[in-house]
Design a protein around this ligand. Sequence first.
Ligand SMILES: *[C@@H]1O[C@H](CO)[C@@H](O)[C@H](O)[C@H]1NC(C)=O
Ligand SMILES: *[C@@H]1O[C@H](CO)[C@@H](O)[C@H](O)[C@H]1NC(C)=O
Length: 272
Amino acid sequence: MATYATRMGWRASGEMLKSSSIYRKTLQNVPVYLSVPSSTIIHTQRRSLFVLPLGIDVGLFGVAAYFTTKLKRPDPENVSHIFGPEHGSKEGDSHPERILKCIAHRGAGLDAPENTLEAFKYCLERDCNFVELDVRTSKDGQLVLLHDRGLERLTGANISNVQAMDWESLKSFDVGAKHPNREHFRDVRLCLLEEAIDYLLANKVKMIIDIKGEDKQMVNGIVQTFASNPVLYKYAVVTSFNPFMLYQIRKRDPEIVGALTCSGDGRLAGAP
Ligand SMILES: *[C@@H]1O[C@H](CO)[C@@H](O)[C@H](O)[C@H]1NC(C)=O
Ligand SMILES: *[C@@H]1O[C@H](CO)[C@@H](O)[C@H](O)[C@H]1NC(C)=O
């Protein structure tokens, strides 16, 4: 009898080892029943917890992935402080001044040189208290307000990638050079995110910070900027076309309000 059981055990294990190494572990823990046909043994072991049907494995993996990557939501009060009450809501009716009426794209870039302190000043003079601005990193890791990758469009200079330049040389360019309202804006410089934030927060202006770079310095820079200006948690939303950038930033600091930039119209892709 004992010999029979041992032979059964070997037969079963030999078959299983061919298909998977997981079986090796389960086999040791499964009692071998005497005089039970070998097919039953195999059947019992196939139902081991380690060997679920593929669909369930994938499902469990999905659930595990969801819970390990899920981030905390930001404070809902801070979110509604940024965006204000909805039109027609109770709070909107009792505080109409809190309803968001306009956001100046790149700081009203068609009227004043985009993403500059001059543009933000222009917005404030017209009672616009919400601006959108774009950020990139320079070679030395400074967060600079700039939409394009290069300076051709704004300055006419043949510079296609500002990430190869230090802030010291970037700030020497006049970025109002090609603006249609040039006569009102002479000698306009790029500015750092930090300078813009100081000016905007001092004037209680809310902002969309659209990040253009996709590097580690950008993630660190944004997280540090919020840490050193905590008021930003209820004055700024960070946006990106790249969900992985947003994820990395919110993973480091889930209190930062984030949103994905998208465009419903193909012609506008890239415009924000
Ligand atoms: C711009 O600069 C690149 C190299 O820096 C050069 O190859 C190219 O010819 C330049 N283009 C113009 C229009 O000057
Ligand atoms: C909401 O924003 C304020 C800053 O205005 C910040 O101090 C606070 O931590 C934020 N709330 C949470 C839960 O982080």
